[in-house]
Design a protein. Structure first.
Length: 62
């Protein structure tokens, strides 16, 4: 039972830390609100995840 809760707690902790960082550190960053910055913010997580999954797929094939 304990092993099933561990990944959930890790994701929850990481999510809470990211949320707090966005709330308190984010406003102090001076990032202009442009279309390019919005596109970067939207597509970067998907591109990173695709790269990680592609890399893991290649590692499993070897």
């Amino acid at each position: 039972m304990n092993t099933n809760i561990s990944p959930i707690l890790k994701v929850f902790t990481l999510s809470a830390a990211l949320s707090l960082a966005i709330k308190y550190v984010g406003p102090s960053l001076s990032i202009p609100s442009t279309d390019l910055n919005a596109l970067i913010a939207v597509f970067t997580p998907s591109i990173i995840l695709a790269a990680i999954l592609g890399w893991r797929s290649r590692q499993q094939q070897q």
